[in-house]
Ligand binder design. Structure first.
Ligand code: ATP
Ligand code: MG
Length: 350
């Protein structure tokens, strides 16, 4: 908690609905979570469950055809709380926060770096925007950050272009750029997925070290439960735009409650097996959330589904055990269910 005992970020009923020719795609559909200062929250789930869209909505870099609703209350360490959901996506206020108090790293560093400018100039630009206007001080800081993330010969590397660096080096440079402005929240969207396993382990270790040095909170997005186990304090498991289970990392692995989480954990390769597969080894695949029928989103793939209940009513995320929330009828009274069709004003076509 910060000085006023507020969490750093409070996300409440966040929605990102995309208007497509085929209908409204509910990429993020009522997601709530909180991140305390210095805490690492993992957001996990299979491909297409809405992890990146959540991040885009938080940073207000959602596509033009997306409608963002809900509350994204950010309490910066200095300054007044601000609801990011209420800001103009291209306005000055969010631009002052993005890359400053909240920084982001992506799977593919080439989306963060422009190929046309040296990495040094790009890091310097961010520092001058958010921290100091002195070019000389900013350059010095950029070199220090490159050294800090383990880039050798940073005095020379600072003047190189992104394509001159290896994939692992670029990822380190992107982390340097993100941390140069000392963000209180770092959002990391699958930052190591594109790297080979050895480099991935190095970058993860680097992020852990930097987190303990800089003390920033991290929202860590991944489909890899191995990474979750090593990296995060709390975990939110996402399925079809909703959080289906939310607890601390130890409870999640020791006592997974949602049938989806249980299936995810079963699909993790056992220690000793070489290959780390993606999560999609659960039976069936993630449907596209357009005109989704009422009921639990996981119903079609769930081995424990109760017919007549799970396919008609929408389970709510409720505390099934202390500090352990799950949205599944196996753990709640029918009375806690919400009739999705009522909730949505009966717009379902499916
Ligand atoms: N620009 C877009 N146009 C249309 N649909 C989109 C767009 N971006 C995302 N979607 C859809 O929104 C849903 C959520 O996508 P999102 O990228 O957030 O998934 P994800 O969990 O990040 O997946 P991955 O693990 O593959 O990165 C998916 O159904 C996806 O097809
Ligand atoms: Mg993604």
């Amino acid at each position: 908690m910060n000085a006023d005992n507020h969490p750093l970020l409070e996300v409440e009923n966040l929605k990102a609905h995309l208007t497509l020719d085929e209908g409204v795609l509910k990429a993020v559909d009522g997601v709530s979570f909180t991140i305390a200062p210095g805490q690492i929250l993992g957001l996990v789930g299979e491909s297409g469950c809405g992890k990146s869209m959540t991040v885009q909505a938080l940073m207000r870099i959602e596509p033009k055809f997306a409608r963002v609703e809900g509350k994204i209350l950010f309490h910066p360490p200095r300054g007044l709380p601000v609801d990011l959901a209420a800001l103009e996506p291209h306005g000055q206020e969010i631009r002052a926060i993005r890359g400053g108090d909240i920084a982001m790293i992506f799977q593919e560093p080439m989306t963060s770096f422009s190929p046309l400018h040296t990495i040094g100039n790009q890091i310097v630009e961010g520092i001058r925007l958010h921290r100091t206007s002195s070019r000389r001080a900013a350059r010095q800081l950029a070199i220090e950050m490159l050294a800090r993330v383990g880039i050798s010969n940073p005095q020379q590397r600072v003047d190189e272009y992104p394509h001159q660096l290896s994939g692992g080096m670029r990822q380190r440079a992107m982390i340097a750029m993100a941390l140069a402005c000392e963000p209180s929240l770092l959002i990391a969207d699958e930052p190591t997925t594109a790297l080979d396993v050895t480099v991935q382990a190095q970058v993860l270790q680097l992020m852990r070290d930097l987190q303990s040095d800089f003390g920033m909170a991290i929202l860590y997005i991944t489909h890899d439960l191995g990474v979750v186990a090593n990296m995060v304090d709390e975990v939110a498991v996402m399925y079809l735009g909703k959080i289906v289970e939310y607890t601390d990392v130890n409870s999640l692995f020791a006592n997974p409650l949602h049938p989806y989480t249980q299936a995810l954990l079963k699909s993790v390769p056992k220690v000793g097996k070489k290959q780390r597969t993606r999560l999609a080894s659960i039976e069936g695949s993630v449907p596209v959330p357009i005109n989704r029928p009422p009921g639990c989103a996981f119903y079609a793939r769930c081995t424990k589904a109760i017919d007549g209940l799970c396919n008609t009513r929408d389970p709510q995320l409720v505390e099934a055990e202390a500090g352990h929330r799950v949205s599944c009828f196996l753990y709640q009274e029918e009375g806690e269910a919400v009739d999705e069709a009522e909730n949505q004003g009966g717009h379902y076509a499916g």
